[in-house]
Design a protein around this ligand. Structure first.
Ligand code: MLT
Length: 326
């Protein structure tokens, strides 16, 4: 075969191979979108923006946060599950990835099948708050008042699938009362309603509530962890206030659409693990009561295994309670 013909025959596959290799090494070549299922300014958004800022230093590209709210945080995962699996669309979500399959009988995605996993981020305690002029000053007083008032009290949350809904549901069950629920597109607008005295009660994450608690803009009845937390050392737990065994902890994972190239997953995971050691990120999280997860949870396998166990735990509980969102 003449040399020129041989060269032409080889250049096709070689050129293609070169282009793929270059695309893989070049990732990310432009900004990455990190989809947040709840409103801007709320707890998930706070974690997403601080994490995105830190990860972008390693990745050399911006991470742009996009808030796709609605349906208790289920619209965002549905969107990401159908996005191009090219590493440029990512999702941050919390316990809602484990509770939604039991709450929604017609869910548009399967958290255990439709995603590639990147890793977990941080665990966040919740706090029980009321508008600042609600009469009770402590949890025992609130429990008594809540039993007397029942559905005259309005409970704000971010819809079925949100942790504010989960925590509020467990709180009503533990107290033995039923409030009137008012859903919002996230706990940022729910907090605005609480500060504006339009609703009475909110169960929300410390990543949003600590500044409001410290400024005494709200009544604060306790944290939802079994032990007191460093960021609010004087605050009692709900267990200390009389709700034995009451515990809700919020965890966060980073996901990509199923089929995202392994090279992109590896790069995003490396940037995640670097961010989880970055003082700019870790100090901000510590001030807001969030605890960085241990290294074994910062991995794709660590997230996948945890999601499976949380899906089993909450799924069984929700199905037993017969609570459905649709
Ligand atoms: C938010 O970011 O608004 C909250 O995480 C919503 C929720 O309560 O789950």
């Amino acid at each position: 075969m003449p040399a020129a013909v041989l060269a032409a025959a080889l250049s096709g596959p070689l050129a293609l191979h070169g282009a793929i290799a270059q695309a893989e090494t070049a990732y990310p070549a432009h900004a990455i979108t990190l989809v947040v299922p709840f409103a801007a300014g709320g707890p998930t958004d706070v974690v997403a923006r601080a994490l995105g800022a830190s990860m972008s230093k390693t990745l050399g590209q911006s991470i742009v946060v996009e808030n796709r709210t609605g349906a208790g945080g289920t619209l965002a995962p549905a969107f990401v599950a159908r996005a191009q699996p090219d590493g440029y669309t990512l999702l941050i979500h919390h316990n809602g990835m484990a509770t939604a399959p039991a709450l929604y009988r017609k869910l548009q995605y399967d958290p255990l099948k439709d995603f590639s996993y990147i890793g977990q981020v941080a665990d966040v305690p919740m706090t029980v708050l009321a508008r600042r002029d609600l009469p009770p000053d402590d949890l025992p007083g609130f429990i008594k008042y809540a039993r007397e008032q029942g559905n005259k009290l309005n409970l704000a949350n971010a819809g079925p699938g949100a942790v504010s809904q989960l925590c509020g549901m467990l709180l009503q069950e533990a107290i033995g009362t039923q409030f009137t629920t008012i859903p919002y597109a996230g706990t940022a607008p729910a907090m605005s309603a609480l500060l504006g005295q339009q609703v009475d009660v909110l169960c929300d994450q410390t990543t949003q509530t600590i500044p409001q608690i410290k400024a005494r803009h709200v009544k604060f009845y306790g944290v939802t962890t079994l032990e007191r937390i460093k960021a609010l050392p004087d605050a009692p737990t709900l267990q200390e206030g009389g709700l034995k065994g009451f515990e809700v902890k919020v965890w966060h994972g980073i996901y990509a659409p199923k089929g995202t190239p392994q090279a992109a997953i590896d790069k995003v995971n490396a940037a995640l693990r670097t961010a989880l050691k970055d003082p700019a990120f870790t100090q901000r999280m510590a001030e807001l009561g969030a605890e960085i997860v241990p290294p074994e949870k910062q991995t794709p396998q660590g997230l996948q295994t945890w999601l499976q166990s949380e899906t089993d735990k909450w799924g069984a509980m929700i199905r037993k309670a017969g609570v459905y969102a649709d």
